[in-house]
Design a protein around this ligand. Sequence first.
Ligand code: S3P
Length: 191
Amino acid sequence: MGLGKLSRKPCFLTIKQKMNIILIGFMGSGKSSTGRKLAKLLEYSFVDTDSAIEEDQGCSVAEIFKYGGEECFRKMETRLLQKLKNVENSVIATGGGIVLREQNQRLLQEIGKRVYLNVPQEELQQRLKNDRNRPLLKKKDPETVVQKMMKERVLLYEQAEYIVDAGQRSPQKIASEIINKLCNEDYDNNF
Ligand code: S3P
C-alpha cells in the first residue's frame, strides 16, 4: 500500500500554474477534437485558432482566403498568437499552416509546449480526400497537394517539444498520451 503511494508520480498538470499546450500538425490530424478532449481532461480552457479568427472576423476561413488571400489569413494568425501570449492553462489547437511563419514559430515557443500530432501521410490523404472546406485543398489533385505540403512542413512540425503518434487513434487516447508524456517529463526533470 505504502509502495503504491511512493511510486505515484506527482504531475504539474494537476497543479494550477501558468501552462499552455499547443497542438500543431497537418490539416486533418485531429488537433481540434484532441484539443477539446485534452482541455476537458485537464480542466483547461480551449482555444481553436481557426475558430477564434472566424469569430473575430465574422466570416469563415474559406472566405478569408477567397477575399483576402492566404497572406491576409497568415497575418491574422500572427495577430492572434500575439494576443495568446497572455493566456494560461489553455489548450490551443492551431491551423496546419501556422508554423510557416518564423515569427509564429517563435511566438508558439513562447506561449507553451508544442505537441505535434503525427499522422502518416497516406492516412491524411485518406481523411482529406473528400474535404470541401479547406481552401488549400480545393485543387484538381488534392493528394499531390497534401504530399507536397507535408514535405515542406514536416521539419517545422518536428520542432515541437513532443511528438505523438495520432494515426488510427481516438482523441481520448491521444489526449491521454499527451498528459502522460508531459507528466513524465516533469517528473524526470524534478526528481
Ligand atoms: C491550413 C489549415 C487549416 C486552416 C487553413 C489553412 C493550412 O486548419 O488554418 O485552411 O495551411 O494547413 P486545419 O489544420 O485545422 O485544417
